[in-house]
Ligand binder design. Sequence first.
Ligand SMILES: NC(=O)c1ccc[n+]([C@@H]2O[C@H](COP(=O)([O-])OP(=O)(O)OC[C@H]3O[C@@H](n4cnc5c(N)ncnc54)[C@H](OP(=O)(O)O)[C@@H]3O)[C@@H](O)[C@H]2O)c1
Length: 221
Amino acid sequence: MTTIAIIGAGPGLGSAVARRFGREGFDVALVARDAARLDALADALGTEGVNARGFAADVHDPEQLRAALDRAATSLGPVEVLQYSPLPRWDFMRPVLETTYQDLIAPVEFSVYGPVAAVRQVLPGMRELGRGTILFVNGGTAVVPHPDRAGTSIAFAAESAYARLLHDTLVAEGIHVAQLVIPGAIVPGHERKDPDVLAGTLWELHRDRHGFRHFADDLDG
Ligand SMILES: NC(=O)c1ccc[n+]([C@@H]2O[C@H](COP(=O)([O-])OP(=O)(O)OC[C@H]3O[C@@H](n4cnc5c(N)ncnc54)[C@H](OP(=O)(O)O)[C@@H]3O)[C@@H](O)[C@H]2O)c1
């Protein structure tokens, strides 16, 4: 049995992806800051037959994140799929002319240091398995920077570059790296942007293993 680790496992997309991959036979490592909420989500998934456990960490602390993923692999089994999808803070989204270099520290920690720490932690296990999938989930500013959302625009662009480099470098080892860009908001009931539909899209990215960047909806949708 192998594991999906979901970094940013909340009630929306995180929990939908946990259900989707759990249904396919994956054990699920839920990573976010609030341990009590993770335990409650793991219990709820358990009643649906999904083997899930919470591993608390703040992605702003790369050592905490590394340790959480280490505990996850030890208790559940090697991480075959890593999804990086924590929800960015609203205060990352300031107008560009009001953004100082200090305002960019947290967005870069969140979108660059966190992913680099997480990927480097799980990569040896994927190499040992001989397969793996790394999924990055971002908003539309990853592709089209927005003047009122400087922090996410700048940091998502850097995260996208890192993810793209990983895609090109790891393809030869059977490790597939993909990015799902979700323009606008996640909307329950939406034909393409409902959390369960998005979870299905992410499952297909893992299963079908082609292409780097995918869009959940039209960029102006
Ligand atoms: N929501 C949208 O409308 C929307 C739109 C476009 C793209 N997206 C993308 O979709 C993904 C999020 O999906 P969602 O909105 O449905 O969220 P979700 O899966 O319901 O929850 C995400 C979780 O991220 C965790 N998180 C936030 N900051 C964290 C940190 N510093 N360290 C560790 N965990 C942290 C939070 O849990 P804790 O508070 O317990 O840490 C939160 O519950 C992200 O990749 C986001 O870029 C969302």
